[in-house]
Design a protein around this ligand. Sequence first.
Ligand SMILES: O=C(COP(=O)(O)O)[C@H](O)[C@H](O)COP(=O)(O)O
Ligand SMILES: [Mg+2]
Length: 487
Amino acid sequence: MNMQQSITVRGKDRYKSGVMEYKRMGYWEPNYEPKDTDVIALFRVTPQDGVDATEACAAVAGESSTATWTVVWTDRLTAAEKYRAKCYRVDPVPNSPGSYFAYIAYDLDLFEPGSIANLTASIIGNVFGFKPLKALRLEDMRLPVAYVKTFQGPATGIVVERERLDKFGRPLLGATVKPKLGLSGRNYGRVVYEALKGGLDFTKDDENINSQPFMHWRERFLYCMEAVNRAQAATGEIKGTYLNVTAATMEDMYERAEFAHEIGSNIVMIDLVIGYTAIQSMAKWARKNNMILHLHRAGHSTYTRQRSHGVSFRVIAKWMRLAGVDHIHAGTVVGKLEGDPNTTRGYYDICREDFNPMQLEHGVFFDQHWASLNRLMPVASGGIHAGQMHQLLDLLGEDVVLQFGGGTIGHPRGIQAGATANRVALEAMILARNEGRDYVHEGPEILAKAALSCTPLREALDVWKDVTFNYESTDAPDFIPTPSMAV
Ligand SMILES: O=C(COP(=O)(O)O)[C@H](O)[C@H](O)COP(=O)(O)O
Ligand SMILES: [Mg+2]
């Protein structure tokens, strides 16, 4: 379809009062060649029945940049041709009648430097509610280097995080404290101590633990830091606990983060639901205060899970790398929550590589240069256990935090045993990998052998051996990428 001619109305007729199709107003420019400095968005557009596909895609370009529903003469007071976003390519989604991939280019000057709030107010601002569309999904974005460079990027980054923790050559291990709600500060601190002493590197507040009547935040922070200090003294290793500073206001979050810093924490945590501006503020605070910043993607599945509507998590991952968090939950593939293997691989690459080549089978539609922004540590969490260690290492690699909440705290012999089981399983798998063994296929054997001299691991394997979460993914591509889809 992109070989079509432009049908933009030009000259005086363009600005006559009245309603004009978006594709005639200049939002469909099939011959436009995106500039290196353009921001490019790829939308999956599903027009209402009877709506022309090109017009629907042009409308998305229009409503996410300069247009409204009618011609306005004030366009003539601006460099309208430059500021109009241009849909330059529309492809039917293979095997999905009625849906189209729309490629839209935006001039860099449409965006305030360094502001995710400003970027998103355009790209996902109004368009998702536009009546002529049945559904709309933001699949991917190409962020030009000139724009990437206006962001801080991860406050600490993977390299410095590993240096501060003095941990190399293996994934980091963590656990989310369970139950999520209801523990007193003192009991909560005991869970943290036991998990860290048993062999984990990190423990973590859950997404919804802030400052409730059963445990106010200061109490939690104090007991947690006592636990960290005691576990460090007992093991000789550096430990951390993600203190969730998510709160109702920025002032409250700064107060909690300052306190965490004052009592010696090396990491704080926020939830995605605090919003993009608050995330960027906390990232700046984290860099200034030498803190690692953990982001829990609480809420994302409300808009990332469905193929035809919402925002792909790969786009959220890109925005969060710009925004400057150090950790981001990015899926486990084998655990309890949505995660197609190839799609998840794409998220991990976005977090960890300095350059992402286009890789359609991983859902990555564009080459993306990260211009030396720090690398962002992905976090695998949600229904994982020691028996999956070979799969986790194979699927997710080495620069990742593996978080076993239930898979530590639910151990039949207690929390320390649960932590030891995970640490021994991980070290056995790393050793096997480093020895050049085919650890993916020999994984169960490697674990069984390690369990001969580690009762906690044997018990973990016995209790969870049959636990799998095999459901169909809702976000795996429903099309087979074809070479013609390459940009
Ligand atoms: O509490 C947990 C996991 O607990 P458990 O280890 O007991 O299952 C986290 O909130 C989820 O992992 C979030 O999901 P995601 O990481 O996909 O965002
Ligand atoms: Mg949770």
